[in-house]
Design a protein around this ligand. Structure first.
Ligand SMILES: C[S@@+](CC[C@H](N)C(=O)[O-])C[C@H]1O[C@@H](n2cnc3c(N)ncnc32)[C@H](O)[C@@H]1O
Length: 241
């Protein structure tokens, strides 16, 4: 600990007092103002503004979909690593698939798996409305069943795990052979609403994510970072062969 008593834990997030001590308003105003500054500087709009979307009234995009900052970050990761083939678990209405597909070069392909037809239908409609249907292949069904039918010779530059949290560990172990050496495994909601930080997570989903984090901590050779962004995005880089 420094002489000031300040710890790294207290200066991790931009809205913590050590990083935002010059802001004049309260915390709610700080969140809104910081988001406005980030969105403006980064040229970010909401997916509803940037895309032509048919949506579900069961969950809002804000509730179920990734944050625009995370979506841009995913695009950057794919562009910077020259990804051509990406696999996603959990399409919902197709927003993250659309953003990631936009980041792929000509001839690239994004494969996305969705368990529920009502969301898969909307996702497919959204791929077509946004001119990306030819670059996105949607597979319907439970990811574990669907993955069993995937060609073992397939290779992906990146895998984005955003399906049922209870089975994150199983997803990682099952999918790892399909990630090329040096490829990315990206795991969303890695902090699961703070539940992973409880001594015992309160929810089954939280326990699933926590089990994955504990497993990730034992991996050797994988470079990894749990990015404290939105609900947490875990980035794992597979070792080169
Ligand atoms: C958080 S949402 C995905 C959001 C989307 N990736 C985005 O950011 O726009 C999770 C999705 O995973 C789907 N899902 C849950 N369990 C699944 C499973 N076993 N196989 C495939 N999809 C699943 C859910 O139906 C839901 O649509």
């Amino acid at each position: 600990m420094a002489a000031s008593g300040l710890t790294f834990a207290e200066k991790l997030l931009p809205d913590q007092p050590a990083n935002a001590n010059l802001f004049d308003g309260d915390q709610a105003a700080l969140w809104q103002a910081m988001y406005r500054s980030i969105a403006q500087a980064s040229g970010l709009a909401s997916p509803m503004e940037e895309l032509s979307l048919v949506v579900t009234d069961r969950f809002s995009q804000e509730e179920m979909g990734s944050n625009p900052v995370t979506l841009r970050f995913l695009q950057l990761l794919l562009r910077l690593t020259g990804a051509r083939r990406v696999l996603e678990i959990g399409s919902f209405i197709g927003v993250s698939a659309l953003y990631m597909a936009q980041a792929l070069p000509e001839g690239g392909e994004l494969v996305t798996i969705e368990k529920f037809d009502q969301f898969a239908d909307l996702a497919e409609a959204n791929f077509a409305r946004n001119g990306l249907a030819s670059r996105i292949r949607l597979l319907r069904g439970d990811a574990f069943e669907v993955l069993r039918q995937l060609d073992p010779a397939e290779r992906f530059d990146a895998v984005f795990i955003d399906g049922n949290k209870e089975r994150y560990c199983d997803y990682f172990k099952m999918l790892e052979p399909w990630v090329r050496p040096g490829g990315l495994m990206l795991v969303d909601d890695a902090l699961f609403h703070g539940d992973v930080a409880n001594p015992e997570p309160r929810t089954e989903k939280g326990r699933g994510v926590r089990a994955f984090l504990d497993f990730a901590a034992t991996l050797t050779g994988w470079q990894r970072l749990l990015m404290p962004m939105a609900n947490g995005l875990m980035i794992l880089v597979k070792p080169q062969a």
